[in-house]
Design a protein around this ligand. Structure first.
Ligand SMILES: Nc1ncnc2c1ncn2[C@@H]1O[C@H](COP(=O)(O)OP(=O)(O)OP(=O)(O)O)[C@@H](O)[C@H]1O
Length: 352
């Protein structure tokens, strides 16, 4: 079996606070293979960015990986110094498309100068080499090579997206981490951005860690995913497995809270309640307080992510994962009946 590109194993991350610490991530594990597009999905505050930042030495100064291992190409990187990380990993192996991607380019500096600056810090390339590399990448993302000497403000929104992607590829990384790259964009721009990212797969060997709250985007873009809630990985698996047979209550409800072409008439569900504040060590299921199927044990102990059906890829951290298929389908039917009754009692048709 080939070694994964990135292995996150039993990682805990805590933010130190004057009063109570925040246990932002508990026992997170997942792997990303070479050339794999992987989505990390969950609602705001669930710990996605914290986990992603821990991979790139980007945690806020009060944040700390308190246990677990992060391996990149087989080498443990969680204890790398800033210097070691910059020399070995940053830009060359792992590059980032940040949350505010559209504002991430320095508006006062030409793209070519920004490329020269990055290459100057991380490589021994000449200026000429950095610029010609950017020209190549402009070509790959469909921008005219001559535009490398433009300032960011000279680009339209769509062109700027491509320039950002080109810039992230400058030092030929093997993994790109994109943290909510499309959140600030309108639907059309979002779609374009994801298409550019998708097109890259045909042109380069590249793995992607896509962080988003939108499970529909992950289903469209990624090969595999992990679903996070309250700092825990609730479920992970291939997109096919999770799309067709989600087995964690949170995944099931999350999936029903986004539009799905398979069920055009389905009412979108709202997941009631909010996750716990994570001020104490987490030794329970963080979804229990919101879960329609929670039992006592869910509030008293933490379910481990067990593999389903003997597959390595699909794992679910739920004590009731074996029953979930039928429980979820009963829930779905009850809700549809409730919806139909409500429509009937209000005296209008569903498709009005
Ligand atoms: N520097 C910090 N100090 C204390 N708590 C923090 C810090 N940064 C994040 N947190 C807390 O850690 C938890 C996880 O936050 P994180 O930003 O990783 O979530 P997220 O899923 O990426 O959310 P979003 O999509 O809104 O960025 C939250 O409770 C957040 O308030």
């Amino acid at each position: 079996m080939t070694e994964p590109l990135l292995e996150v194993e039993n990682v805990d991350i805590t933010y130190r606070m004057d009063s109570e610490d925040v246990h932002a991530v508990t026992d997170a594990s997942f792997t990303i293979d070479s050339n794999e597009y992987f989505g990390l999905v969950g609602e705001s505050g669930c710990g996605k960015s914290t986990l992603a930042k821990s991979l790139i030495r980007g945690l806020d100064s009060n944040g700390e990986v308190t246990s677990g291992t992060i391996r990149y190409k087989g080498e443990e990187i969680q204890d790398f110094s800033e210097k070691e990380y910059n020399e070995k990993i940053r830009w060359k192996e792992i590059a980032v498309i940040p949350q505010a991607a559209m504002n991430s380019l320095n508006p006062l500096t030409k793209l070519s100068e920004q490329a020269v600056e990055i290459a100057g810090v991380h490589t021994d390339w000449s200026e000429k080499k950095a610029i010609s590399r950017l020209e190549e990448l402009f070509d790959i993302v469909g921008l005219p090579e001559s535009r490398v000497t433009d300032y960011p403000h000279q680009f339209s929104g769509g062109m700027k997206q491509r320039a950002i992607i080109a810039m992230s590829l400058l030092l030929n990384p093997t993994l790109i981490i994109a943290d909510e790259p499309t959140t600030a964009l309108d639907v059309i721009m979002q779609d374009q951005f994801l298409k550019h990212i998708d097109n890259l797969r045909e042109k380069r060997d590249l793995a992607l860690l896509l962080i988003t709250h939108d499970i529909a985007v992950v289903f469209e873009t990624c090969d595999s995913l992990a679903v996070m809630h309250g700092g825990q990985i609730a479920e992970r698996g291939t997109t096919k497995e999770i799309f067709s047979a989600p087995r964690h209550p949170y995944t099931i409800l999350l999936q029903k809270s986004f539009p799905d072409a398979r069920y055009p008439d389905r009412e979108l569900e709202v997941i009631e309640g909010s996750p716990p504040a994570l001020r104490e060590e987490v030794d329970y299921c963080t979804f229990a307080s919101r879960c329609p199927w929670a039992e006592q044990q869910c509030r008293e102990s933490m379910p481990l992510a067990d593999s389903l059906n003997g597959t390595d890829s699909h794992a679910v951290a739920c004590f009731r994962s074996d029953e979930m298929e039928s429980l979820a389908s009963d829930h779905m039917n009850t809700n549809e009946t409730r919806h139909a009754n409500a429509i009937e009692s209000e005296g209008y048709e569903d498709d009005d």
